[in-house]
Design a protein around this ligand. Structure first.
Ligand code: SAH
Length: 398
């Protein structure tokens, strides 16, 4: 079914048409002719994108209220965006994950990188958590949910409206159960020999960070017999992997009591409670106190929240990363390992590495960089969209 009667929006002559032709998925407000008709389009409308000469470039979703005014959905300017279209995208996404993982626990859709702009879907076996972070996804939620159930066979779909991007798209923060019944207890998830408890409906930041899976595995390789400190641990991402890797003792530090309770439950399910403890503290205060007490660990991991969530916050963010490194380095025994992570896309690998080295240097330590990690393959990178590659994990030997 083609739809040539659909509205069209047009690029200004100065827009970077080549980038769009080569796969750049976003068109910003200043690149478009924003006439009255375009401004009146409902957020999430599906329209045809044309270049300044009116040559069609593809099917886009528009949100006149957002700086990212158009998101490329399909190179075919007549594509019909319905459940069948969503299902085709989901099948492509699923086949990658099925190749790489032997159990259905992964990020199934990583937004633009999987051809579903603004849509994030994490899968926990029979339950999927869907984040519609763009207006078109909210407007097509029924089609997306139907396709998700059909393609994956999940029986429960939860909507998580906590995504940072939703406010920029003019969307609310109301979570919902879209299909089935929400699990009434945290779900155990096995990765790298560890058991993580994922609370999919709890109040604060929920679920699991699947993106660090490969880096957890690398840390597990360093953990045999080691005293381990996992700072900003959440439900124990690195710490429980280190337990599975044979750590002699693991301390998880986080400011969130619910996250630490889940970490402790994971350790208990692994039968490793006797090698595990938690400390509820602000990481900066906690590390300062440990430093004053001359505490020493063979392996310290710091995986803070995004300190530089945007370009304007970059300088402040880099100073925070430097401070983390400066406070953590003294806690690492000679020939021990320090893992420093950043999930801020604004902090590029070179600036982040620089901040870490300044912190380590100010602590009077010298470092070898032995490994650089990124997000796992269920978080594919769209080369045309720098924002899709955000995670950095630097493994230093001090
Ligand atoms: N390392 C985890 C993910 C960490 S997410 C993994 O591999 O799965 C970041 C964590 O930092 C969250 O759990 C949050 O509660 C915690 N956090 C944020 N600010 C903090 C602070 N100032 N002090 C301690 N923990 C903090």
């Amino acid at each position: 079914m083609s739809d040539l009667s659909r509205p069209a929006i047009r690029l200004k002559p100065k827009a970077n048409v080549r980038a769009i032709r080569h796969g750049s998925p976003w068109v910003f407000d200043n690149e478009l002719v924003l006439d009255r008709r375009t401004k009146a389009l409902a957020p999430g409308s599906i329209v045809r994108l044309e270049d300044a000469e009116r040559i069609a470039l593809g099917t886009v979703a528009v949100n006149p209220g957002s700086r990212i005014t158009a998101r490329m959905l399909d190179r075919n300017p007549e594509a019909v965006i319905d459940a069948a279209w969503c299902a085709a995208r989901l099948r492509k996404a699923l086949s990658l994950r099925q190749r790489v993982y032997d159990a259905p626990f992964y990020r199934l859709v990583h937004a633009e990188s999987d051809g579903l702009p603004g849509v994030v879907i994490d899968r926990f076996g029979d339950t999927a958590v869907l984040q519609p972070n763009a207006a078109w996804a909210e407007a097509h939620l029924d089609a997306l949910t139907e396709a998700l159930c059909e393609v994956t066979g999940v029986s429960c779909v939860l909507k998580n409206a906590g995504g940072r991007g939703r406010a920029l798209e003019g969307l609310d923060d109301q979570d919902a159960v879209l299909r089935g019944t929400a699990p009434d207890a945290p779900l155990p998830v096995e990765m790298n020999g560890a058991v993580y408890m994922a609370d999919l409906t709890g109040g604060q930041k929920t679920g699991l960070f699947y993106d660090q899976r490969e880096n957890h595995a690398f840390v597990a390789r360093l953990a045999q017999g080691a005293r381990v400190l996992d700072v900003f641990s959440h439900v124990g991402g690195f710490g429980l992997a280190a337990l599975a890797g044979g750590a002699s003792r693991v301390t998880c530090l986080d400011s969130s009591a619910p996250a630490l309770a889940l970490a402790a439950e994971g350790a208990a399910r692994m039968g490793a409670s006797d090698r595990f403890e938690t400390t509820e503290a602000n990481a900066f205060d906690g590390m300062t106190t440990m430093g004053a007490a001359q505490a020493l660990y063979d392996l310290v991991i710091c995986d803070p929240p995004a300190f530089a969530p945007s370009k304007p916050a970059l300088d402040k963010g880099l100073r925070a990363y430097e401070r983390v490194a400066r406070l953590a380095a003294p806690l690492v025994a000679e020939d021990g390992y320090l893992v420093l992570c950043s999930c801020s896309h604004a902090a590029d690998p070179v600036s982040f590495t620089g901040a870490c080295l300044r912190g380590i240097g100010r602590a009077g330590r010298r470092a070898q960089l032995i490994h650089t990690g990124a997000a796992g393959p269920d978080h594919p990178l769209l080369p045309q969209l720098a924002e899709s590659g955000y995670l950095k994990a630097l493994v230093f030997r001090l």
